[in-house]
Write a protein that binds this ligand. Sequence first.
Ligand SMILES: Cc1cc2nc3c(=O)[nH]c(=O)nc-3n(C[C@H](O)[C@H](O)[C@H](O)COP(=O)(O)OP(=O)(O)OC[C@H]3O[C@@H](n4cnc5c(N)ncnc54)[C@H](O)[C@@H]3O)c2cc1C
Length: 338
Amino acid sequence: MSNIQEDYCLKNHNTFGIDASAKYFASFSSESELIALLRNKICKTEPLFILGGGSNILLTQDFEGIVLANDIKGIDIAYEDEQSVSITVGAGEVWHDFVLWSINQNLSGIENLALIPGLIGASPMQNIGAYGTEVKDVITKVSYIEIETGTKKEITNKECKFGYRNSIFKEELKGKVVITQVVYQLSKTPLNNIKYGAITEELKLLKKEASPSSIAQAVINIRSSKLPDPKVLGNSGSFFKNPIIETSEFEKLKKEFPEMVGYTISESKTKIAAGWLIDNAGLKGYRKADAGVHKNQALVLVNYGNASGTDIINLAKEVQQRVKDKYGINLDPEVNIL
Ligand SMILES: Cc1cc2nc3c(=O)[nH]c(=O)nc-3n(C[C@H](O)[C@H](O)[C@H](O)COP(=O)(O)OP(=O)(O)OC[C@H]3O[C@@H](n4cnc5c(N)ncnc54)[C@H](O)[C@@H]3O)c2cc1C
């Protein structure tokens, strides 16, 4: 097929800025284009990887297969009633653009997720979340094409099996489907979720009452001041998930480390701030050649310029080991490692 390119550089397709290439690369802007690509011999025989904005991947080597980039566009109102609006969004739309669109439409539900990089299609993958909101609370349906058969399927929110930074797409359906559309149900009434303290403080500084647009602005301000901009310093956001441990274990650790930060998530489980663990293990700002732990956000690993994927993964392993040695806690990567 003519639009399949060979030996394609992926440096501008991953926010870590890793200089790796793909044996083959193609993009698709409709389901029919995707289905035609999937029928191609290269897709049938070579390893296949679906790419969104590349903001949650780490390329540790050249990809010896075909990368398919999602460019399916479209934001369409599917249904509307007194309280809410259902919107079908193409998987290739930029997530933050959709957040801004929703605010312009006076809709509420995703304002706390402003400025998360990446595309719509990846939002259900790891159930993106930030500042007290998870996307699972507004997704009603996800449509996908099965890679093996080219068949279109649609599953409900429940069938997505959403969890903390997890879903069916990272488990049973991993590598088997291409998400093409996501349906979100947004509220006509402002939800004004300001349970995250930093938002309230930022609203005070902005001298604004809580509303979807002021909350989005507060989140944008907080994120811009705290997180490194991948355009300036390569990174993929939080490299590790916040570990979830038994509350009894947390209580024991608290005796040794009274400052340890944990959030009760159920009767017996506590979620620990991975950033605190890394920071308190003395690793904030730690650097090995061009791979480093960010100087302000210990949960973010960064590429100072010419780090390879191997440099980053070696640093990640060192961080995991140091945290394990100090607290006996395993850190699992949030980033998809290739
Ligand atoms: C500075 C920064 C801050 C971030 N902050 C947050 C945050 O606050 N919260 C949060 O949850 N995440 C955060 N992230 C991580 C990332 O932005 C999200 O996970 C985002 O949803 C990834 O989208 P993407 O399009 O870039 O996915 P990619 O990195 O391209 O892909 C990620 C995974 O999803 C798969 N995938 C992508 N699209 C599809 C599709 N259409 N069908 C099937 N599989 C697909 C890929 O194969 C890959 O396994 C941050 C990242 C950065 C760089």
